[in-house]
Ligand binder design. Sequence first.
Ligand SMILES: [Fe+2]
Length: 384
Amino acid sequence: MSETRVHGADARTAHQDLHSEQGALRGEHPGRSRNPVIKVADLAWLEFEKPDLDRAEVFARDFGFQVAARTERELWLRGTFAGSPCMVIRRGRTSRFIGPAFRAAERADLDRLARATGSAVRDVDGAAVPGGGRAVDLLDPSGFPVRVVHCGERLPALPGQHPPLLNFGTEHPRTNATQRPPREPSRIQRLGHVVLETRVFGRALDWYLDTLGMIVSDFLFLDGQRDRGPTMAFIRCDLGSVPADHHTLAMHLGPGTGYVHSAYQVTDLDSIAAGGEYLKERGHKRSWGIGRHIQGSQLFDYWRDPDHFMLEHFADGDLFSCDLEPGWAPMSTSGLAQWGPPATRDFLGASPSPRRVRDVIEALRGDNELDPARLLGLLRAANS
Ligand SMILES: [Fe+2]
């Protein structure tokens, strides 16, 4: 592997010991666009519909959200950090994920985006959108409505949880005092990322890179099929020299099209664990955790809400500036975590439901990127 010199000192490339064993091979996907339309700054919020807003609010509070606004038709949820709300749940006939809203860095980016995509800039309506907002509504190649928003103001910060004072080895900053992390809901700080499944992974990936200027942190490929390109990408925002979350969006090829999970940052491991005990006591269902991921390094704990949507508490994730190039690794279940219990069938979506079987049949018949070899590769990865 090559070494580069920065300011006269030896600097290592991204692939040396940092986040991947391997970088790209010649001719592989570069993981970024040469000339994107805009560069989004972050996710703003996620949009859902559910028939029962009261039930949604009970889970949301148990999970650690604060209610930013509640009307007859809308429930806006937020974290303690200043900024935009994390999620809006609108009253609807069925429980479904509508799509992500990304945050434009500047108001002028919306005009540029609208011009390039032939769309319009319009007002965002919502009880918790601070200072009024403007948005451009798009459709990604998977068929997801993707909204890019710019809000006039930020929601102010709320009091958060404080990390406890920890004793390490011979360093004892805490003496004559006990450690009692309260068994209470974790306090969500902010929305971290959303993970989507798509039958048109390659097209959708290029769309997010070309249109929203996002860049790839890590690619995964199917074992033995690397020459056919990646089938999963962890994608971050390009904030230049300012480090951004390892992934704000992750996407993988699969027979379904839809939401996989979304993740919310909390203070630390104690908050994840004590908040998890609280969720368990309240009768909620853990999907998988607690553990530490490989791609992104987050401490994680996955839960199911009453509508079976998966939500993640995370802490201590990686942040990369724009100059790190993508890592490449084979897709496998054992490669999901550095430590923790084995990934559950629930987390992997491996239990064959009638809907899953229908998705597979439909995907194999349709005009998309899933074929029998790739399906077999995905099944092998789920069992490896
Ligand atoms: Fe995640």
